[in-house]
Design a protein around this ligand. Structure first.
Ligand SMILES: C[S@@+](CC[C@H](N)C(=O)[O-])C[C@H]1O[C@@H](n2cnc3c(N)ncnc32)[C@H](O)[C@@H]1O
Length: 230
């Protein structure tokens, strides 16, 4: 299918609601360290997912929800302008360094993806990995992802999701919700992400449930990748 020319890479950035950013001290420092130290391992476990979801990104302006310290930079061509919606200020310095090394132009939006300070229909691609489990209002975040996409633009995601009801893993996911959420700054190990994306009004949603490969993180191995088109 012929795609229209990509949107301009330099977008108008509106007011950023910095009160939605955070630094929880030691636990935020731990997360910034963890998602840097384990990026290679997580990318190994999720390689098949990311390879499918993020395949074919051609650059231009890309919005990443919860970009963390840059785990997905390998999927962005050099020269891409990455608009990284990342409320944890502890992630920012590592993200800057890794973008510089990857030749990716970076604008950090230090706020929650519940309010993305970019115009309607301004980008071709929105990506996320392991983020919809963590945001406080996932319906609003997915609505924002859809709003900033131009018609035909894609929201590409890789997420860990709720295990099937009444399975042992679902029980474990529910039992560990509180400590897991504390350690990983709000992450819900039992989130029904498919329903959230399907009710957001995209013109099509591809949803591919796949467990992560040989992952040590057994409770959250139930995962999916997908592409939702506006
Ligand atoms: C589990 S980490 C994943 C980081 C990165 N995407 C990766 O795959 O390594 C979740 C990320 O979502 C970010 N986050 C938390 N609340 C958010 C929100 N409301 N909007 C956008 N990102 C958020 C966290 O700061 C963190 O960087």
């Amino acid at each position: 299918m012929n795609r229209p020319d990509p949107r301009p890479a330099d977008l108008h950035v509106g007011p950023v609601r910095e009160e939605l950013s955070f630094d929880h001290g030691g636990v935020s420092r731990f997360n910034a360290w963890f998602f840097t130290a384990f990026a290679g391992y997580i990318n190994y476990a999720a390689r098949a997912h990311k390879g499918c979801a993020f395949d074919g990104i051609t650059g231009g302006a890309v919005v990443e929800l919860g970009a963390g310290t840059g785990a997905n930079l390998g999927y962005l061509p050099a020269g891409t302008h990455l608009y990284a919606v990342e409320p944890s200020t502890q992630m920012h310095e590592r993200l800057r360094r890794r973008c510089q090394a990857a030749g990716v132009q970076l604008t950090i939006l230090s706020t929650g993806a519940e309010e993305i300070p970019l115009p309607d229909a301004s980008v071709d691609e929105v990506i996320s990995s392991l983020v919809l489990c963590t945001v406080a209002d996932p319906d609003r975040v997915v609505a924002e992802a859809r709003r900033v996409l131009r018609p035909g633009g894609r929201f590409r995601f890789v997420e860990h999701v709720a295990a099937p009801q009444r399975s042992v893993r679902a029980g474990v996911q529910q039992a560990i919700r509180r400590p897991w959420g504390w350690l990983f700054e709000g992450c819900d190990p039992h989130r029904h992400t498919r329903d959230i994306i399907e009710r957001a009004g995209f013109s099509s949603v591809r949803w591919e449930p796949r467990k992560f490969r040989r992952s040590l993180f057994w409770p959250v191995n139930t995962a999916a990748w997908g592409i939702a088109e506006r």
